[in-house]
Design a binder for this molecule. Structure first.
Ligand code: FE2
Length: 419
């Protein structure tokens, strides 16, 4: 217990020192570059304004006894994002100046040792130059972050794929699936933008709409505001869904015993109300007795600490080797660790979960990069291994950071072709 407290104290001390160093360096850089007083005053006033705004909102939440997980996206997500962006800006400035100071210290000791002297004006000039460069470099990402918050999160993209299979039943040649994932209703804000995205889904005129989990962040009631909109999603042969790790209510503390169970049952009934047939480790045949494809839906299965309720063997009960199988599994690590190596061939697996970290650089045919690739081998787009396909949808909504930079919300449209 004592060791634990000591660790917490040490961690906080370290964080406070880093915070202070960053603030002092950033202020010094501004002072060096902008000699006039009013620029400094604007800088300080802006800092005070965003901090006061955040504190004010926290007080309002506290005074009204609001649940943090219910109100995060309405009250706090953008103020927090701006505070973090500003801190990132200062961190970049500090890194430049810290490197300069370290090298200056090194040179100081070196020169003292060899009794050499150096003009002070050279250091002043260099400090000025490095301060300017650091402010410029730190300011470069800001427009991208702001675009990500106010525009990028709604920059819906339709991505089309045509996949060929030798054993696709004849009748399904040209069959069209729309794959969506990770709606995260609690983070959605602008109704007209979400309605536009639902129209875009409907315009694909698909045979099936398949949703691969995370309808909510934490609670089923996040969908109350949106169920009318998502009910409008249309498809000829139905809408099917599976659960994601966020759909179980695991990431929020429940006041009364039984609340979590009730929340889960509410989510199931709202999904049914919206016309989604939820597949919980089960399969369903689409088509006729003689010509069909099998839709296999598993519960969440994720590597590491994520819930592992997905049971592919149970979900495949009643299926034969010859059935054409489309698997819906929220987390692509399920495909990586289990499905692609299974003794059954899963023709196509649909996943989501990664959101492509809502941040990355993607230029089709040229570059596809996001830091999330260090955590998930299969993190966005189409993969083909061992004669099986995996599509990892980049997600519809957002979680945590209320925006998207370079990795846009996605509607995947997959046409099955027989060869
Ligand atoms: Fe998600």
């Amino acid at each position: 217990m004592k060791a634990n407290l000591k660790n917490i104290a040490l961690r906080w001390t370290f964080l406070i020192i880093v915070f202070l160093v960053v603030e002092i360096y950033a202020f010094q850089a501004f002072k060096t570059v902008f000699k006039n007083n009013w620029t400094l005053k604007i800088y300080l006033a802006f800092n005070a304004l965003i901090i006061c705004n955040l504190i004010y909102r926290l007080i309002v939440i506290n005074n009204n006894s609001l649940d943090f997980s219910d109100v995060f996206y309405n009250y706090l997500s953008i103020p927090f994002a701006i505070v973090f962006t500003l801190f990132g800006f200062k961190l970049i400035i500090s890194s430049f100046l810290f490197i300069e100071d370290s090298s200056r210290l090194f040179i100081f000791f070196y020169k003292s040792f060899f009794s050499a002297t150096e003009s002070n004006s050279f250091f002043v000039q260099r400090r000025n130059f490095i301060s300017k460069i650091s402010i410029l470099a730190a300011a470069l990402p800001i427009p991208f972050v702001l675009h990500g918050i106010f525009k990028g999160r709604h920059n819906y993209r339709v991505i089309n794929y045509e996949l060929e299979f030798d054993d696709l039943p004849e009748k399904f040649d040209g069959y069209k699936l729309t794959h969506i994932s990770d709606i995260h209703s609690g983070s959605l804000q602008e109704t007209n933008k979400v309605e536009y995205a639902v129209d875009l889904i409907n315009k694909q005129n698909s045979d099936l709409v398949l949703f691969t989990g995370d309808f909510v962040n934490n609670k089923a009631n996040e969908l109350n505001k949106w169920k009318r909109v998502f009910s409008k999603i249309e498809s000829r042969d139905g809408k099917y869904s599976v659960l994601g790790n966020h759909d179980y209510g695991d990431y929020v503390s429940w006041k009364y015993k039984g609340d979590k169970k009730k929340n889960f049952l509410d989510l199931l009934s709202i999904q049914a109300e919206m016309g989604f047939k939820l597949l919980l480790n089960e399969n369903i045949k689409i088509g006729s007795e003689s010509q069909s494809i099998s839709l296999v839906g598993v519960e969440n299965w994720g590597k590491g600490g994520f819930k592992k309720k997905g049971d592919i063997d149970k979900a495949c009960e009643g299926l034969t080797k010859n059935d054409f199988k489309i698997v819906m599994s929220h987390d692509p690590s399920h495909w990586d660790k289990i499905l692609k190596n299974h003794n059954t061939r899963f023709h196509l697996t649909l996943s989501g979960h990664t959101h492509g970290m809502q941040f990355g650089i993607e230029i089709p045919g040229l570059i596809k990069w996001s830091p999330v690739k260090w955590v998930y081998k299969y993190w966005a787009g189409l993969y083909h291994e061992k004669n099986q396909f995996l599509n990892v949808n980049r997600g519809f909504g957002v979680l945590g950071f209320p925006g998207r930079v370079g990795v846009w919300p996605e509607i995947s449209v997959i046409t099955l072709k027989k060869v």
